[in-house]
Ligand binder design. Structure first.
Ligand code: UFG
Length: 347
């Protein structure tokens, strides 16, 4: 039985497409809104191949408020998951207005849209970047936020504030912000995964592109941090676990158990791994050596951060089931599959 329509902004992107698969598998109908600025229309084919259903798709730029009228008023929307945003730290430093405009204007339009269409449940993609260089670890939802270190990070902090202010005068709208730690890995089918345009900024795509020979070597940013092996620590969470957490968040809102109309949760694994440990995990699952070199620290990087998962576990009933080896293995399988089968068919 179909449980409800869920509008997924950014649904053809990396986390969005994995979430659409979870939604279909759990009996929901995802409807994608995306302007394809950082994803390909082919991801709809792959969602269909994996989950057996093709999500309805609207090519809309969320900064264009009028364009949202393309979504028929007769369509009942049970919840909205708002993934769509720009997410590169470097790019945001180079072009801050592009980030403030895109990430904030689209959120404003999404909130208005929720009210216009009587949507009661909203899930917002936030980031652990809001914690900055946290003084206490693990980071809990109570950990004080630090000044954002990039315009991108600032858009996430401001977005959370915009939502809070709006909810005060719109008690009928329930919202959960999910603060992702480091999403990584790919669907076990290897048919969808992370596909950054250009040279990857993030560790896993850079690592897997090096593994398939597309890059000469991985540069490990910093070998002199105060950690067990000198490289920086992050909390990597498998994208399929992350996808499941969105469903749990929506179902929690629907259950009526929220004590107010806003809540927020960390989504991480609760475990921190150094960059060198991630490389070791890849070498273990692949049986291959990865060429890498330790270089200077990357400006703006924090030394270590990982999540407290207690709140998400206790309130949402969410615990990630996949570990670091599942992440490196699935990311590597996806990279190989993409280079061998998909890239050639596109170019
Ligand atoms: N790293 C390398 N070499 C690379 C890429 C990354 O050594 O080529 C290291 C980084 O220095 C860091 C770790 O791998 O220690 C993870 O780096 P990512 O770029 O994958 O992720 P970040 O933790 O820097 O960024 C993530 C999210 C951002 C968010 C940020 C907040 O991707 O959206 O956390 O800290 F803003």
């Amino acid at each position: 039985m179909m449980k409800g329509n869920i509008l997924v902004s950014g649904g053809s992107g990396y986390i969005g497409s994995h979430t659409c698969i979870e939604l279909i598998n759990s009996g929901y109908k995802p409807i994608i809104v995306d302007n394809l600025s950082n994803s390909d229309i082919q991801s709809l084919d792959r969602i269909e191949e994996i989950a057996g259903e093709r999500p309805e798709f609207f090519e809309i730029n969320l900064c264009d408020r009028e364009a949202l009228n393309q979504i028929p008023k007769s369509l009942r929307i049970d919840a909205l998951i708002h993934f769509a945003a720009f997410k590169s730290v470097n790019e945001s430093v180079a072009d801050p207005l592009m980030y403030y405009h895109n990430n904030l204007e689209s959120l404003v339009n999404i909130l208005r849209f929720c009210t216009e269409r009587n949507i009661e449940h909203l899930v917002f993609s936030s980031s652990c970047t809001v914690y900055g260089d946290a003084k206490e670890l693990p980071v809990t939802e109570e950990t004080p936020l630090q000044k954002a270190s990039s315009p991108y990070g600032n858009t996430k902090q401001i977005s959370e504030t915009i939502i809070l202010d709006y909810l005060k005068v719109h008690p009928e709208l329930n919202t959960i912000s999910l603060r992702y730690f480091n999403p990584a890995g790919a669907h076990p089918s290897a048919k969808i995964g992370e596909l950054p345009r250009g040279i990857p900024n993030n560790l896993l795509p850079y690592l897997t592109q090096t593994a398939v020979g597309l890059r000469d070597e991985l540069k490990v940013f910093g070998g002199d941090y105060n950690t067990k092996d000198g490289s920086a620590i992050r909390d990597y969470i498998h994208v399929s676990d992350l996808a499941e957490a969105h469903l749990k968040a929506f179902e929690f809102m629907k259950s009526g158990k929220m004590t107010s109309n806003y809540d927020l949760f960390n989504l991480g694994s609760g475990n921190g791994y150094t960059v060198l440990e991630v490389i070791k995990s890849y070498e273990k699952v692949s049986g291959e050596k990865l060429p890498y070199q330790i270089v200077d620290r990357r400006p703006g990087d924090v030394e270590k951060i990982w999540a407290s998962t207690e709140k998400a576990e206790k309130i949402l009933g969410f615990t990630p089931s996949r570990g670091i080896d599942d992440i490196t293995k699935s990311a590597w399988e996806w990279e190989k599959h993409y280079r061998k089968n998909i890239e050639k068919s596109i170019s």
